[in-house]
Design a protein around this ligand. Structure first.
Ligand code: NAP
Length: 243
């Protein structure tokens, strides 16, 4: 049986490209999307391999449980979870004008959504011989980068987004530890700066392609057993030059 993957927020952008590449490598891919029409169109656009739409809004635990139940019923296990869904709602607002409500809305997707989906998937991941979780993070959440005066990450002033990705990095480390005994590798990826809808309103979109941005997450999603856990990989990180 082929490996089974779930990618959240996969109807467009990087999630769609990651789903496409995993399908190309022979995985059965559940393409998670909160909107059924957009999700089904995204499956059709891939047009290759075994890609299955699953409705999944990371802020709606009922939809998450339904999605996981579907995967369990059809496949009995999950090998790869890519927590990709993310938002950046406060971009363009001055740091001191960013409200607690903006942080709450961002954390609902970027942090709490990851907890909901991960918790729901762990029982199926434990049934895999090589469970892997990939969290889509960002250098904007790197405390090292944010601690550097004049760094690009500090000057962005993305209070809600940066702090949500910093929290995601902590989740990655602590889940990695908690799932170590189960042999489930938990790592974070940064795609670098890729122009997508998430940064459409900003002047700093970068010029990487979707394929470039998918290199780190796909690498981490296809690790051999026992390779690494609790790591952060992608362009700009010391261990992955050239990505
Ligand atoms: N692009 C970059 O330069 C960059 C850099 C660093 C990190 N990242 C990270 O990469 C990931 C993907 O971003 P992207 O650039 O591909 O952005 P994108 O094109 O805006 O895609 C975001 C995806 O997340 C989905 N989503 C949002 N809220 C959701 C929810 N409540 N439940 C389920 N899905 C939801 C969106 O679905 P809808 O279409 O329904 O809104 C969409 O499919 C994010 O975690 C982002 O933080 C991106």
């Amino acid at each position: 049986m082929s490996e089974i993957a779930l990618v959240t927020g996969a109807n467009k952008g990087l999630g769609h490209e990651i789903a496409r590449q995993l399908a190309e490598r022979g995985m059965t891919v559940y393409l998670g999307a909160r909107d059924e029409t957009r999700g089904r169109e995204a499956v059709a656009a891939i047009g290759t391999g075994d890609v299955r739409f699953v409705r999944l809004d990371v802020t709606d635990p009922v939809s998450v449980d339904d999605a996981v139940r579907t995967i369990g019923a059809e496949c009995g296990r999950l090998d790869v979870l890519v927590n990709n869904a993310g938002i950046a709602g406060e971009i363009g607002t001055e740091v001191l004008a960013i409200t607690a409500d903006q942080l709450r809305a961002t954390y609902e997707v970027n942090v709490l959504g990851v907890v909901t989906v991960t918790s729901a998937c762990v029982p199926l991941l434990r049934k895999s011989e090589n469970g892997r979780i990939v969290n889509m993070s960002s250098r904007l959440g790197s405390l090292t980068a944010l601690s550097t005066p004049d760094s690009r990450q500090r000057s962005r002033g993305a209070l809600a987004y940066s702090s949500s990705k910093a929290a995601l990095n902590v989740l990655t480390l602590l889940y990695a530890e908690a799932l170590r005994e189960d042999g489930i590798q938990v790592n974070a990826a940064t795609p670098g700066r890729v122009p997508t809808d998430i940064n459409a309103a900003t002047p700093w979109r970068g010029d990487r392609t979707l394929a470039d941005g998918a290199v780190a997450p796909v690498h981490l999603a296809t690790l051999a057993p026992g390779t690494m856990t609790g790591q952060f990989r992608g362009p700009g990180t010391d261990e992955s030059p050239g990505w």
